[in-house]
Design a binder for this molecule. Structure first.
Ligand code: ADP
Ligand code: GLC
Length: 508
């Protein structure tokens, strides 16, 4: 791919696969960093050193790095490791910020997927403030800081307040929104704890209602904002998907761009995936049937060919359409399990009520198997061994599993929102086109209708179903294209000619 001069990019993130991952954010940060590195950019990553992150490090980067926030000083160790690269030629350097009181805990954001450490704003504020201090200390001056979601949104805020002069003054600020549903709220009195002078609160963009909103501050202060699909960029400008920030998104409209995530084909390739026992490809699909049988056996389902195996791998939250599935009033899941020739496999962890509902139903229905937990290997086996993949999300900024599913020949059934709509082409019987099935609205019954349509096609018209599956397997979402689009945004941020005027007033 054509490349202009290489850039220096400092990514700051709370997750990066395989070092730390709670969801798609971890996959995306690492894959994007690696794609940028392969195109010749000098990209580095700053990540907390969480408990259990026992990767080999290449020693200490600097003397303790001290971050002053409010009255307190946090002196952190910084060590360096690398993101593993299968070819070993483009390993992204990762700086690990170590401060045990904040990061040596049993979880990234909380002890379980549904728990939240009350001092999360402070934990990630220290990480965010450390980014600029580290760059100055090692004298590596990036062209851009790229931060991700609320945990590192403060990178842009701190930059605006404290780095307007000095070596980093020309550094551009890019913030990716992976999920507007999580904004990082803190009480107003945390302002000094986070090291924001109260007279600067207007410039910081953090003030929201009677508290602080970290993501709002980041969106206000970043030079460029990216969402993880083009459609999501349009959706969050509307009240339905804006979670209260839609007016700000509209105000910053000319600085908001949607770039679809890619997927990492080194990790997600059914032809070579080390986490699945039988490899296969579009030319030779036999291995998929074997994985399917293995999945059925592992999950205690009848190893039969005829039922349609429907997989779900998901955080068990309202975002992912689980309330609709579990809602006792509609009984959609029961209805599916009772009336359709299906077996459903769910892997996930999240809200206690949803977990309990799924486990209860699994006891009652022999064609439902539920595993509560986070298991990388099983996630790959479900992708490989299912016929359909269900994602009835209420909203979905991008979604990765539908793209993994396409690659693994597992036909996605998805709500027509956000990145799901941007990546899954609905089946069109007339023209024999499309790669999946779309749930066309918010009523829970529409989930049932879409699943029924997919199951019916597989049973009544297997040849048409197989053609659709093959179309999906041949589709690619390469990171190279998305990384290229990001570099254009980085350039815009680094050259931002509104910076001088914006320094005196927030762009709201
Ligand atoms: P989100 O980031 O909103 O959770 P995505 O579809 O972008 O949704 O990404 C989810 C990622 O997390 C995928 O890689 C998926 O396989 C993985 N994942 C989610 N839940 C689990 C789980 N319980 N076990 C293993 N992997 C999971
Ligand atoms: C978020 C979104 C998901 C997206 C992921 C990676 O967690 O919920 O849709 O794919 O981030 O960008």
């Amino acid at each position: 791919m054509e490349m202009r001069s290489p850039m220096k990019i400092m990514m700051v993130s709370s997750e990066a696969f395989p070092l730390a991952k709670a969801g798609g954010l971890g996959d995306v940060v690492s894959a994007l960093a690696q794609a940028l590195c392969r195109s010749g950019h000098d990209v580095r990553l700053l990540l907390p050193r969480y408990r259990g992150l026992t990767t080999a490090t290449q020693g200490v980067v600097t003397a303790p790095l001290c971050v002053d926030l409010g009255e307190r000083r946090y002196c952190c160790a910084v060590t360096e490791t690398r993101l593993p690269d299968p070819q070993g030629t483009h390993e992204v350097p990762v700086y690990l910020l170590e401060y045990n009181e904040l990061f040596d805990r049993s979880g990234i954001y909380g002890e379980t997927a549904a728990h939240w450490f009350p001092d999360n704003p402070l934990r990630f504020a220290v990480l965010s403030r450390a980014a600029a201090i580290l760059c100055r200390t090692i004298n590596w001056i990036p062209d851009v800081f790229h931060s991700h979601d609320w945990p590192t949104a403060l990178v842009s805020v701190y930059h605006r307040l404290f780095e307007a002069e000095g070596p980093l003054a020309g550094t551009g600020l890019v913030l990716s929104i992976h999920n507007l549903g999580y904004q990082g709220h803190a009480p107003l009195h945390d302002l000094s704890l986070l090291g924001i002078p109260s007279e600067q609160i207007a410039i910081s963009g953090l003030h929201s209602g009677d508290g602080l909103n970290l993501l709002q501050g980041g969106i206000s202060c970043a030079h460029q904002v990216v969402t993880v699909s083009p459609r999501y960029a349009r959706e969050i400008a509307e009240p339905q998907f804006g979670f209260g920030l839609d007016p700000l998104i509209r105000a910053r409209n000319s600085h908001v761009t949607g770039i679809i995530n890619g997927i990492d084909y080194d990790v997600w390739d059914p032809g070579s995936d080390p986490l699945i026992p039988y490899h296969y490809d579009v030319e030779n699909i036999a291995g998929k049937q074997r994985n399917r049988q293995l999945l059925q056996m592992e999950m205690g389902l009848l190893p039969s060919l005829s039922p349609t195996v429907i997989g779900m791998v998901s955080r068990l939250t309202g975002q992912k359409g689980l309330y609709e599935l579990c809602d006792p009033q509609h009984g959609i899941l029961e209805r599916m399990l009772e009336t359709l020739p299906i077996q459903v496999v769910v892997l996930g962890t999240g809200e206690a009520d949803i977990e309990a509902c799924l486990l209860q139903k699994a006891e009652r229905y022999p064609n439902l198997a539920v595993r509560i937990g986070y298991e990388e290997r099983l996630a790959h086996l479900i992708e490989a061994g299912s016929d359909l993949f269900l994602m009835p999300s209420r909203y979905e900024p991008c979604g990765l599993n539908q793209m993994y599913s396409l690659r693994y020949g597992t036909v996605p059934v998805v709500t027509r929102v956000g990145g799901l709509a941007d990546t899954v082409e609905p089946y069109d019987a007339l023209h024999d086109t499309g790669t999946g099935f779309c749930i066309e609205g918010t009523s829970p019954w529409l989930i049932f209708d879409a699943v029924e349509a997919a199951v019916t096609l597989r049973h009544d018209n297997p040849a048409t179903f197989a053609r659709m599956r093959a179309r999906g397997m041949q589709q690619r979402f390469p990171w190279e294209a998305s990384a290229h689009a990001y570099t254009e945004i980085y350039r815009r941020a680094a050259l931002d000619d509104t910076r001088v005027s914006r320094l005196s007033s927030p762009p709201r």
